[in-house]
Design a protein around this ligand. Structure first.
Ligand SMILES: [Zn+2]
Length: 725
């Protein structure tokens, strides 16, 4: 039974749960196993006796996974609940319609009617698959998208093979777009084949049912296992996908190749809108892209209708020979390939569009396949690009199975189009909240381990950016990124090799005075997300003078190295990526009000910050027109600052003759000093890291000050001595 999915049902857990919780439990068990279903794909249901809040009488309610969300992460609120009687009653309306059947208006209208069947004011919208569950008479129904079963569903001999593998237990149904009519077809199937336990839905997936929920789950496993077994028996081994045509370079060379093309490629696929990437280069994908049949199969496109919206009808495959190692050639092939792809996509749209079709969407590919290297998938966010990669992984597995079983077949173009440009999908897209200001942007925050940097990372993440948290102290950078992931969630989609499988934030260590270290850090960021759109540098150092008020030479040098050279190195290395992408970008440095206020006790720091102010202007000129360069100049941010360790705080308190006790905690002492500083400002209130983070956000966002560059903004509470003139 080695090809059978693992049974993870635990009676000890299930018996503690109420019927709806048992459905959630069963759904999660299915969703967590990638051999059973893909992210967001499939749905499950139970018909449960409930007390009607209107009558106090018992009534039968269909609980079914609702629209949106996915089985792996679904909770109770992910399920819609409908009066069975009302849902069944809709059949009368449907059948009374003059025009009915797949793709008719009445089908789409039925989706709107499900809301009227809602039991107990459940706000979760119902999925288009609701009638599939409602009209199958069995109490429990699982509909899944298992690669093994879809291999059957997308095989030239699918119908015969279904009979061969399952006999009369599982019935074949021809491809039909999901909807009310498909529900009626399944209802009839159950009447005609009273012994049937399930159906293979042509080019779509599996559906099966049982009176008992545990047995329904076990049946899902069994049916998927039997398909997997049949595929394993016919596995083509070395001859999978026609056998190997190209060899992959070693892991290190592959990574170097990826880094040399990713930002450039991202710029190309982001011509209409910025995209975030996920790289996949595991053995399964490499075997596929390196195979003889990859060009033919790639052209045929993905099969499962769930996939089209993300993977598009087909990926872009380029016939590059990795043995040449010729990156220039790879670029020219990609360039030609992209052009041909866009033209092809336009042709497909023009050919298949209907009178009321939504306007053509971005014609750039979202999946790019390169022999020797693997796959990069693109999406509007990290999570979305992982889903795209996951879906194409599924497609590769489906193709492997279908090819082994006798030949992969794709969905006719018009059918694919009618899914991709379905009015219901368009309506769903339109209902989505507008994208956040920094969505589709990758921003590195250098110094994110503490203080202003940490605050900035949080502020930018809140606006939807993917955040590369960087700090000399790698652990602190990772702590900040972990905080962000916890706050925002990992998202959906299970894919990505190494750090490219990350969530909305990563944490990296880097020493900004070491060019190699900075280049490596940016390389990791590029591998993780495909490119970078902005960098905020908050890292800096303040070295207090010794007891005689002097700064030793090496401390002077260190101050300049970190506060000036470090920012320059980061800008210079990031600019290589910005230039390769060819997309507008933004750089925000952190200087200080001290840069323009001469005073005793901070000679090295103040002069270094004066140099940093001028660095901003020089970089603004050097990096224009692609990159805007600005700076935030804070003053006396004491709260949470690594630049105000306890001894500096106490030294300052002593200097200003503010009474304090050594027994007081760090924060108390800091608050005391911050309040003192606040009194010296025009606005009379303490200056916080959040104030600085806000300014960094305004400057780094391309939307707030798009025509401001070479500027230093003081965020200092109002210090008249610091006024620029
Ligand atoms: Zn489905």
């Amino acid at each position: 039974m080695k090809n059978h999915p693992k049974n993870r049902w635990q009676d000890s857990v299930a018996k503690t749960l109420d019927p709806v919780a048992r459905l959630v439990y069963r759904s999660n068990l299915i969703g967590e196993d990638p051999t059973l279903t893909n992210t967001g794909g499939g749905n499950t249901s139970s018909k449960i006796k409930e007390t009607d809040p209107l009558t106090g009488q018992e009534t039968e309610v269909l609980w079914v996974k609702g629209s949106g969300g996915d089985l792996r992460t679904a909770k109770r609120d992910g399920f819609s609940s409908l009066y069975m009687e009302k849902l069944k009653g809709l059949q009368k309306n449907y059948l009374a319609s003059k025009t009915k059947g797949p793709k008719t208006q009445i089908e789409d209208d039925m989706v709107g009617a499900y809301a009227h069947c809602t039991f107990n004011l459940n706000p979760r919208p119902s999925s288009i698959d609701t009638p599939l569950h409602g009209f199958v008479p069995a109490r429990h129904v699982d509909h899944t998208h298992p690669n093994a079963a879809i291999s059957l569903a997308a095989c030239a001999k699918g119908k015969e093979l279904t009979k061969e593998i399952y006999g009369d237990e599982v019935i074949w149904t021809e491809w039909q777009r999901p909807g009310f009519d498909l529900g009626l077809i399944l209802e009839k199937l159950c009447q005609d084949h009273p012994k049937a336990k399930g159906a293979i839905m042509g080019q779509h997936g599996l559906i099966n049912w049982h009176e008992d929920d545990k047995k329904c789950y076990e049946l899902t496993l069994e049916l998927v296992g039997r398909a997997a077994e049949a595929i394993a028996k016919k596995d083509r081994g070395e001859m999978t996908f026609g056998g190997e045509k190209y060899k992959s370079p070693g892991e290190k060379e592959r990574k170097a190749l990826w880094l040399s093309i990713l930002p450039w490629l991202r710029g190309k696929v982001s011509a209409q809108q910025r995209m975030i990437g996920t790289v996949q280069e595991d053995a399964t994908i490499l075997r596929y892209v390196n195979s003889k049949d990859a060009p033919r199969l790639a052209e045929m496109g993905t099969s499962c209708p769930d996939h089209f919206l993300r993977t598009k009808i087909k990926p872009l495959y380029v016939a590059w020979d990795p043995a040449t190692g010729d990156v220039a050639k790879l670029r020219s092939l990609l360039e030609e390939g992209l052009e041909a792809y866009r033209a092809d996509y336009k042709k497909y749209y023009e050919k298949c569009k209907r009178k009321d079709s939504p306007a053509m969407r971005d014609p750039n590919p979202t999946v790019v396949l390169i022999p020797g290297l693997g796959m990069v998938a693109w999406g509007k966010s990290k999570s979305e690009s992982r889903v795209t990669a996951e879906f194409y992984n599924c497609a590769v597995e489906v193709m492997r199975g279908a090819e082994a079983l006798g030949g992969y077949i794709n969905l006719p173009q018009q059918e694919a189009f009618d899914i991709e440009y379905w009015q219901l999908e368009e309506a769903k897209l339109k209902r989505m909240p507008p994208e956040q200001e920094l969505a589709r942007q990758v921003i590195a925050v250098v110094g994110a381990g503490s203080g202003i940097g940490k605050e900035t990372a949080h502020r930018l993440a809140k606006e939807g950016a993917s955040i590369v948290c960087v700090d000399l102290n790698e652990k602190s950078a990772q702590e900040t990124s972990a905080e962000l992931v916890k706050k925002l969630g990992d998202g959906i989609g299970v894919a990505g090799t190494g750090i490219s499988g990350c969530g909305p934030a990563i944490g990296l260590g880097a020493n900004i005075v070491d060019r190699k270290s900075v280049a490596e850090m940016l390389g990791e960021a590029v591998y993780a997300y495909g490119g970078i759109d902005g960098v905020v540098v908050t890292a800096g150092i303040f070295v207090p003078p010794d007891l005689e008020g002097r700064i030793p030479d090496e401390k002077w040098a260190q101050t300049f190295a970190i506060n000036v050279t470090g920012s320059y190195v980061v800008a210079d290395e990031a600019n290589k990526i910005f230039k390769a992408q060819g997309l507008s970008a933004s750089l925000v440095l952190t200087t200080s009000v001290n840069a323009v206020v001469a005073k005793k006790g901070s000679l090295a720091y103040d002069t270094s910050k004066a140099a940093a102010n001028h660095l901003v202007r020089e970089l603004a000129i050097e990096l224009s027109p692609l990159v805007r360069v600005n700076a935030v100049a804070p003053a006396t941010v004491v709260q949470g600052s690594a630049m105000f360790p306890r001894d500096r705080v106490m030294a300052s308190l002593a200097k200003y003759k503010i009474p304090f006790s050594e027994k007081e905690g760090d924060e108390e002492l800091r608050t005391r000093l911050a309040e003192f500083y606040a009194k010296r400002t025009l606005t009379q209130s303490p200056i916080t890291p959040a104030d600085q983070a806000e300014a960094a956000f305004l400057l780094v966002s391309g939307k707030r000050f798009p025509r401001t560059t070479g500027q230093v903004i003081h965020v200092d509470g109002g210090l008249a001595d610091g006024f620029l003139r």
